[in-house]
Design a protein around this ligand. Sequence first.
Ligand code: RP5
Length: 158
Amino acid sequence: MKTKVAIIMGSKSDLPVMSEAEKLLRQFGVKPELRVLSAHRTPLATINYACLAQQRGLQVIIAGAGGAAHLAGVIAAHTILPVIGVPMETHALKGIDSLFSTVQMPAGVPVAAMAIGASGAKNAAILAVQILALEDKKLQQKLRAYKKKLAAAIKGKK
Ligand code: RP5
């Protein structure tokens, strides 16, 4: 089966957080491809990847980056695929820098910005599954089951 979801990240140091997205996607039976691509360190490779993504069969791109986090925006500038941005927590500004860089896209080039860090990575995976589920009844069932599990889990908490 063709890979439909990509998880890209600005540095290998983002992997511990972005692997949360991978784990969750795999729970839904979606196997993503992972790439380390940087908007400022490997700009040409990043643009090339974004330009070819759709013709390679990808349907959603999740992009995680920290600091001046322009990765998701640069990817979104070069593809018509939906791009989900995950702001990494940072040492200097606790991820506020990443959040603002990811969320404040000027009109015309949207990035679906998630929460900072692991919560954002997990939500990015669920949103990607929701996008794929528009045309996939099995994924719709899995999403319903997932929501039921979430509801059951809070009852178990004190
Ligand atoms: C960003 O700079 C990356 O996405 C990462 O979050 C941050 C720090 O990168 P390293 O210095 O750890 O490679 O481009």
